[in-house]
Write a protein that binds this ligand. Structure first.
Ligand SMILES: *Cc1c(COP(=O)(O)O)cnc(C)c1O
Length: 364
């Protein structure tokens, strides 16, 4: 593999490129289909808010101009949503961009980083790009094991990554557990709490960790517009932290990392509370529909509070996946997350979930 003579940054050769959900157009070309459905990337099956569509149209006339590099208006909007000052907000080209900035600032060769088995792929990718050493903590019931994570902390630890809820397992951490964990982590270690699926979680014991920012100067919370807000293609998300951390992240942020369409649509999407309410409701019902379907088929699944469900298919997984694809259904096998024999399906509209379950039954 190393037959060329370039010197490359440490960590890069260990990276396996991120595998995205197959695009509908790709599948339709492969199998000559016209009515495929994609339940593979945890997108909003309702699409996006009409407010956002309008905002995008209005923005077109300004496309020749660079966007506002400071995302002033969007940060104002986010300030209102969280009790933070504008210097505590960093806007990213998707929250992935924020995660990458965090790795760039706080990780480098000789630094260690901690995350759980079966956790989001970007923690691997960004940490390896920065040349850091990975300390992967064993999962407990497929989710983050906070006690186990604490045992991996040492003087070289730079960043701990926790998705709440976690993707691809849909598991989540309770308020008291996460709070007590934060109390125990030394203040010179960054803790990232990735809340990409925040809007979907209805349990009263689920924490909004942005409320702890004043108490924990080492905390960074990330949020996304790609899931409940339905703006995945626009690539926009944000991070909340102390002004000191935000200032550091801002130094490595690309000058125009978020575009004007994304900024305008995000502002509009935040105003459409009715759309979010409906998205949550459809997701709630869809989760129940999928759970019931899996139970009928005798399949075990990991209980999820996200907008997706991970189900155990077993040895027939790749067969089942390809027969789903031939019938125009794209889901995501998650073997690359250490979940061998498991399939993750995003919650779709009622008829999409029904078609998936019916096709799955045949495929099995
Ligand atoms: C989908 C997802 C994100 C969102 O990424 P964006 O870059 O905002 O699209 C972040 N974290 C996790 C765990 C996710 O599953």
């Amino acid at each position: 593999m190393n037959s060329f003579h370039f010197k490359i940054a440490p960590g890069i050769s260990e990276i396996k490129p991120y595998v995205t959900g197959k695009a509908k157009s790709t599948l339709e070309r492969e199998f000559n289909l016209h009515d495929s459905i994609k339940l593979a990337s945890n997108e909003n099956p309702l699409g996006m808010s009409k407010f956002a569509t309008e905002a995008l149209k209005n923005e077109i006339s300004e496309a020749a101009r660079y966007p506002d590099g400071d995302s002033f208006a969007l940060r104002q909007k986010i300030m209102q949503r969280h009790s933070v000052t504008s210097d505590q907000i960093i806007i990213g080209n998707g929250s992935n961009d924020v995660l990458d900035m965090i790795a760039k600032v706080f990780l480098y060769p000789s630094r260690e980083t901690i995350f759980s088995q079966h956790s989001f792929a970007v923690y691997h990718l960004s940490s390896l790009s920065a040349g850091a050493t990975l300390r992967i903590s064993k999962a407990k019931n497929y989710g983050n094991d906070l006690d186990e994570m604490l045992t991996l902390i040492n003087k070289n630890t730079g960043v701990i990554w926790i998705a709440n809820p976690n993707n691809p397992t849909g598991t989540w951490l309770k308020k008291t557990n996460l709070y007590n964990f934060l109390k125990l982590v030394p203040k010179n270690i960054i803790v990232v709490i990735d809340e990409a699926y925040f809007e979907y979680v209805e349990n009263v014991e689920y924490p909004d960790s942005s409320l702890w920012l004043n108490e924990f100067s080492n905390l960074i919370v990330t949020r996304s517009f790609s899931k409940a807000f339905g703006l995945a293609a626009l690539r926009i998300g944000y991070g909340l932290s102390s002004p000191q951390i935000s200032d550091l992240l801002n130094r490595v942020r690309q000058p125009f990392n978020s575009n004007s369409f994304a900024q305008a649509a995000a502002i509009a999407a935040l105003e459409d509370t009715e759309f979010i309410r409906k998205s949550i409701e459809i997701n709630h019902d869809g989760l129940a529909q999928l759970e019931e379907g899996f139970k009928k088929l005798g399949l075990n699944f990991i209980p999820s509070v996200g907008n997706f469900l991970t189900v155990k298919i077993g040895e027939k997984l790749s067969e089942v996946d390809s027969s789903l694809q031939q019938k125009g259904i794209i889901v995501r096998p998650v073997e690359n997350y250490g979940l061998s024999g498991f399939l993750r399906v995003s919650v779709g509209l009622e008829r999409e979930n029904a078609r998936f379950l019916k096709t799955l039954e045949t495929a099995l």
